[in-house]
Design a protein around this ligand. Structure first.
Ligand SMILES: Nc1ncnc2c1ncn2[C@@H]1O[C@H](COP(=O)(O)OP(=O)(O)OP(=O)(O)O)[C@@H](O)[C@H]1O
Length: 282
């Protein structure tokens, strides 16, 4: 398989193949913002899991969200992806994808289709299928019957599979069954499967849990290369990984008790007395 898309060089000088990731024109990001969360409150009965929370994710941004257990991180992801909605919680405030798409009025499958991809902590891949076919199946989505019928793969799909294997550093294992991969490779494959769907926003829940130091560093490099082409929110407890991902300028949001406790560069939040007291210092 040969890549036919325009290549985008990354800062490290490695050629990457990122052109296909961006979601074509369906989301109005004319103000540079891909996700608006404004004055969001989420209550389960009387309990406020999210309390008047506002945050904005810029187009192409890599945002890390940290916070103690029970801070509301998962609930926030659940609301953004439609897993939690008006039918199973009391919700106030607004959650918009770009300028026009009101996520609180949509169901989970529709939100996924609009370009929000989510990866849960545990990898979920088709263990018996080769790596490349996992990517193919992810691309096919509702057209999986075509795969079953062994319909011809289009040149575009071939190129996107090749690009994704390169981006996710999985070329060497492309023909291996996914079940034979290491934990880190499986995690990368699952992110690659999300990329095949051309997300505008990727939500990654503790992506480096259970990874070796080397796999963690490798994933940090990959996510930094992908960011810019799509926006990424990473919810993570591993501070070393968050530090690497955020670098000197990336914004880190610290949640506590359902609200934003602090927000800024890693250096700024690490020095914030409230953060030290309620999270880092414990
Ligand atoms: N469906 C629900 N019904 C009642 N309470 C809930 C529900 N979902 C979450 N909560 C509560 O909301 C609070 C926030 O939980 P959430 O899972 O969002 O936190 P978190 O920051 O993701 O924590 P962790 O880091 O442990 O995953 C917790 O006190 C949790 O018990």
């Amino acid at each position: 398989m040969t890549a036919t898309h325009s290549d985008v060089g990354d800062a490290g000088g490695t050629t990457t193949h990122l052109a296909h990731i961006a979601q074509a024109g369906t989301i109005d990001t004319s103000h540079g913002v891909v996700l608006y969360v404004e004055n969001l409150t989420v209550k389960f009965d009387a309990f406020r899991a999210i309390n008047d929370l506002s945050l904005y994710i810029q187009e192409g941004e890599l945002r890390c969200i940290i916070g103690p257990n029970g801070a509301g991180k998962t609930t926030l992801m659940d609301v953004i992806t439609g897993k939690t909605g008006h039918r199973n919680a009391s919700i106030e405030g607004q959650v918009f994808l770009g300028q026009t798409l009101d996520l609180l009025t949509m169901q989970e499958p529709q939100i996924a289709q609009m370009g929000i991809g989510r990866k849960f902590q545990k990898p979920s891949v088709f263990e018996n299928q080769p790596v490349w076919e996992n990517l193919y199946l992810a691309d096919a989505g509702d057209r999986r019957w075509q795969v079953a019928l062994r319909a011809r793969m289009t040149a575009d799909v071939r190129a996107r599979i090749a690009d994704t294997l390169t981006i996710m550093k999985l070329e060497e294992v492309a023909y291996r069954a996914a079940g034979e991969l290491s934990h880190g490779q499986k995690q990368r494959l699952e992110i690659g499967m999300l990329l095949m769907q051309k997300p505008a926003l990727l939500l990654l829940d503790e992506p480096v849990a259970g990874m070796t130091d080397r796999e963690t560093a490798e994933l940090a490099d990959i996510l930094q290369a992908i960011a810019g082409t799509c926006s990424i929110i990473v919810v993570e407890h591993d501070m070393g990984f968050v530090s690497t991902l955020a670098g000197d300028r990336g914004i880190v949001t610290v949640l506590a008790a359902g609200s934003v406790l602090a927000q800024g560069t890693m250096q700024q939040v690490q020095q914030d007395p409230d953060v030290i007291e309620s999270y880092l210092g414990r």
